[in-house]
Design a protein around this ligand. Sequence first.
Ligand code: ADP
Ligand code: FBP
Length: 321
Amino acid sequence: MNAALRAVVLAADHYQIEVVAFRHGYKGLLENESVVLRPHDVLHILQHSGTVIKSARCQRFKTIEAAQQASSVLDENNIQALVVIGGDGSFRGAHHLAQHWHGQIIGIPGTIDNDLYGTDATIGFATAVNIAMDALDKIRDTADAMDRVFIVEVMGRDAGFIGLSSAMAAGAERMILPELQRDKPLTIAALVKHIERVQKVRGEGSYVMVLSEHQWPGGAVALAEQLEAEYHLPCRPCLLGHIQRGGAPAPADRILGAQMGVHAVELIRSGATEVMTGIRGQENVAVPIVDTWQKKHPLDPNLLRIQHEIFNPVKKSQRNH
Ligand SMILES: Nc1ncnc2c1ncn2[C@@H]1O[C@H](COP(=O)(O)OP(=O)(O)O)[C@@H](O)[C@H]1O
Ligand SMILES: O=P(O)(O)OC[C@H]1O[C@](O)(COP(=O)(O)O)[C@@H](O)[C@@H]1O
């Protein structure tokens, strides 16, 4: 997020616009935690994950009174345009605020989940995938050495982008993703059958599985215990958790943050409101903010086909000649 924040401040300075930041997101907006940001304040922050203006979840913001209060705080600070960096929750909040405030609102997609419609990528996603891939590579060493099954649980709330991309980047044998579970929920018997068939075909036991959070009751730990206890499969769980949200941001995220931050300021200058800045291909696009959560951002069907079918060691299609 820092790369986007820096870009907003530098672009605003370029166009001679003053920037006031509200610390701690909507919570800080309600409490008027405002601070003027100048280029000097955002020096050397883009190499750090997270956000120097801090963030917070704030249930209260969902009420009408909170939106009215936020509107008064913005007016008291003479704010004409608000840039909201976040995911679908933050954008729902932005839309909610727009019902009670007359200023411009521009969204910048910042979430590791990549689950927003209208943009190829969201800030944080590339970094999270890098971290998950790195962990999977490391787990593979023990899986290989000890012929073990590993279950690595990754984040994504209700979306399988981190799961699919990290599984593909690290050559995992199996993925349990929300999108796949919706079509055909995996049973433990089918999973065990897959593990055993892969081990037979390969003649070795190294099997690494990527499990998206909330896709198995009790998560990776419960699934590993079940595999050991009921099927005598040596299996270990690994929960990556919030590790995926930290560390040095990947170059792709820094560059995306830069592009989007500048685009957000330019959208303000063009008079736009209630849009999110997105990137499609090489192009900056402005996406109606309600579309970002009302429309679906699907997993790339070709990546899914490659990883789930073509790279599945035991799934073969008919020869056609
Ligand atoms: N339906 C909503 N109406 C108003 N504000 C909301 C709504 N949903 C979320 N928010 C606000 O946005 C904040 C961030 O949303 P959350 O879902 O936690 O994260 P993200 O922006 O990463 O999706 C919430 O803590 C809340 O203050
Ligand atoms: O620690 P919390 O607040 O429960 O958040 C965990 C959730 O946040 C996420 O990391 C997404 O957060 P961001 O949208 O802020 O990147 C989800 O993948 C995960 O379910």
